[in-house]
Design a protein around this ligand. Structure first.
Ligand SMILES: Nc1ncnc2c1ncn2[C@@H]1O[C@H](COP(=O)(O)OP(=O)(O)OP(=O)(O)O)[C@@H](O)[C@H]1O
Length: 584
């Protein structure tokens, strides 16, 4: 069994298993539809033979009525099977979309840095859409039509075994012939697409470089090259279309051959009085029915080729594993009422495995203490916060929360324990409530109200047109930067973590919002351990300890009060020069 077949089967089984009820329904509809298709010619035969035998009109009307009823039922069943197949396809692909989205969300930051959102949308949506047919129709169509062909061959064989065997050989030969032609067509279209891509690539490059081309007097060269490319495009398109058309020509040819053979056999047997005129008609009818399923199976195989490329890409994406592994150790949350202990034990880290962005970071922060993290831009402050949240793991050393290595903790536990407010708050196109709770239904409105009141934000929510139900615009465009930060504070409050990491916004805010923010920071840091990447003097004043980073190393660390009064300290100089000017 080839690896490709195994991966196709795995995907089918995984996503169709939960939908087995629908799969069975579809199979039943299919079998009934095939049965009806096979039975109908028998009714026609009975009708023709009855006419020949001069049967009464009532018998003929009965046969006609049965024929009509069967034909209408067959159409209704065909309609129902399309409906069930579509719903099956959508459900299966939506489940796959969901899994892929979740998988991408769990993949590490380096993955997201190297894969653009556009590329992921292509993987999660376009590739999966290409698989809808694979899920809903492929198995059903291939099995169904194979059964139909088999049924026709059996019924033909029942009339005369030689006819059955002969047309079985015909089907096998026709299938392989169609496939061979299709393969030539696929190759031709591939080279036509290459020629098109070259042509547009050339046009785009030379139109954007028009100034240089004119300056160099190279217009004639460009036109000559263009002619060459156009000729290649013309030739490849002509050839591809020719091969494509010969596919439909071959199908018609096969159909016509089968039909003529059917007519010939029917007429021959009838002339020998071996069959009735009804049976002769039956043979022609059944043989005529062979072409359609053959063509459907061929088309499904062609679709499968395209789906295979998508399946491969989806499988590659699913096989990527995050480097950040989930730990499983239960962690005593909040050992002390006033927060958690944080220990950085000789932590070094590099984004590219070459140059360390953090080097030998060593410190311990006691519960309830606030660390003010200072340093010029690029000194590694944000990186330190990211390590705490396990967006990345350190290259050397360890980070401990309440004396447990954060790599051993379950990621969900860790992220419950650490609340982070970044400069760039992400708001979603959803209600204020959903933006605060991250769509957790179990958080009650009363609790939200209490938290917002504590943060002095309730008034702000009350003046919104629909209170908590007010919908925010995409990207939080309807809010000011300060209001967005306030919402981010409220989010952290609702989570109630033992450690808060606050990357303060450096932008200037209006005095009223600034005041609200100040109060919120005060409340946020009460009875919690805090790490504050501060840009404002007022925020720094809240810190118990100060750490100054330079090129990823600690160049100063100590109690704020002591450093502020030591004229030899960097912190002292920073305060003298003006924090905001130096760190901006
Ligand atoms: N995702 C990343 N991939 C590669 N290098 C990065 C990445 N993020 C940051 N860096 C590099 O790491 C170094 C430290 O960056 P970091 O963002 O931690 O500094 P910072 O002190 O927080 O700066 P700022 O005050 O501007 O936010 C910088 O040299 C930066 O270019």
């Amino acid at each position: 069994m080839s690896a490709q077949f195994r991966s196709h089967r795995r995907l089918l089984v995984t996503y169709l298993k939960p939908l087995w009820g629908r799969v069975i329904l579809l199979a039943i509809l299919l079998i009934v539809s095939i049965g009806l298709q096979l039975v109908n010619p028998q009714v026609i035969r009975a009708f023709i033979d009855a006419t020949q035998a001069g049967s009464p009109l009532s018998t003929l009307l009965l046969a006609a009525g049965i024929f009509l009823a069967l034909a209408v039922s067959q159409r209704i069943i065909a309609f129902l099977s399309v409906f069930v197949a579509e719903s099956l396809g959508w459900r299966a692909t939506n489940a796959l979309r969901e899994d892929l989205t979740l998988h991408c969300l769990r993949l590490d930051m380096p993955f997201h840095k190297t894969h653009t959102p556009g590329e992921l949308i292509e993987r999660i949506d376009a590739d999966v859409t290409a698989l809808a047919n694979f899920f809903s129709q492929f198995t059903v169509n291939v099995t169904g039509n194979s059964l139909l062909i088999l049924g026709i061959l059996v019924l033909l064989g029942r009339e005369d075994w030689r006819i059955g065997a002969g047309f079985a050989l015909y089907c096998i030969a026709a299938f392989f012939l169609l496939r061979a032609i299709q393969q030539v067509a696929v190759k031709r279209w591939a080279s036509q697409r290459t020629a098109t891509a070259d042509f547009y690539g050339f046009l785009e490059e030379h139109i954007s470089g028009t100034e240089d081309i004119r300056a160099a007097g190279a217009e004639q060269y460009v036109i000559n090259r263009l002619f060459l490319l156009m000729r290649r495009l013309l030739e490849s398109t002509r050839f591809a279309k020719f091969v494509s058309n010969s596919t439909s020509f071959s199908i018609n040819f096969l159909y016509a051959t089968a039909y003529s053979a059917g007519l010939g056999v029917g007429a021959y047997l009838y002339s020998l009085h071996q069959v009735s005129i009804g049976t002769a008609y039956l043979l022609v009818f059944y043989i005529g029915m062979l072409a359609n399923p053959l063509e459907t199976i061929r088309k499904q195989m062609q679709d499968l080729q395209q789906a295979s490329a998508s399946i491969e890409r989806v499988e590659v994406l699913l096989s990527l594993q995050p480097q950040i592994r989930d730990g499983n150790r239960a962690v005593p949350t909040r050992v002390s009422e006033s927060g958690v202990t944080i220990t950085f034990d000789r932590v070094s880290f590099s984004y590219d495995q070459q140059e360390n962005v953090l080097e030998g970071i060593n410190f311990q922060l006691q519960p309830g203490k606030v660390l003010g993290l200072l340093g010029r831009t690029g000194s590694g402050k944000t990186t330190l916060a990211r390590l705490l949240f396990r967006l990345y793991d350190p290259g050397a050393g360890s980070i401990r929360l309440n004396d447990v290595d954060i790599r051993e903790m379950a990621l969900s536990d860790l992220r419950e324990q650490v609340g982070m407010v970044t400069q760039d708050v992400q708001l979603f196109q959803a209600s204020v409530r959903d933006n605060l709770t991250f769509f957790k239904q179990q958080v009650s409105d009363a609790h939200i109200e209490q938290v917002l009141k504590e943060l002095d934000l309730w008034q702000w929510v009350e003046q919104l047109p629909e209170g908590l139900d007010t919908r925010l615009a995409a990207g939080g465009q309807s809010l000011s930067a300060g209001e967005a930060q306030l919402l981010a504070f409220a989010r952290v409050f609702l989570k109630n973590p033992g450690l808060v990491v606050l990357d303060e916004a450096s932008s200037r805010l209006d005095p009223a919002t600034e005041h609200l923010l100040e109060q919120a920071v005060d409340r946020l840091l009460q009875q919690r351990t805090g790490i504050v990447i501060a840009h404002r003097l007022q925020t720094v004043q809240r810190a118990d300890e100060i750490m100054i980073l330079e090129d990823g190393r600690i160049v100063e660390y100590g109690a704020r009060v002591a450093l502020a009064s030591d004229p030899n300290s960097r912190f002292y100089h920073l305060l003298q020069t003006g924090l905001e000017e130096v760190l901006a």
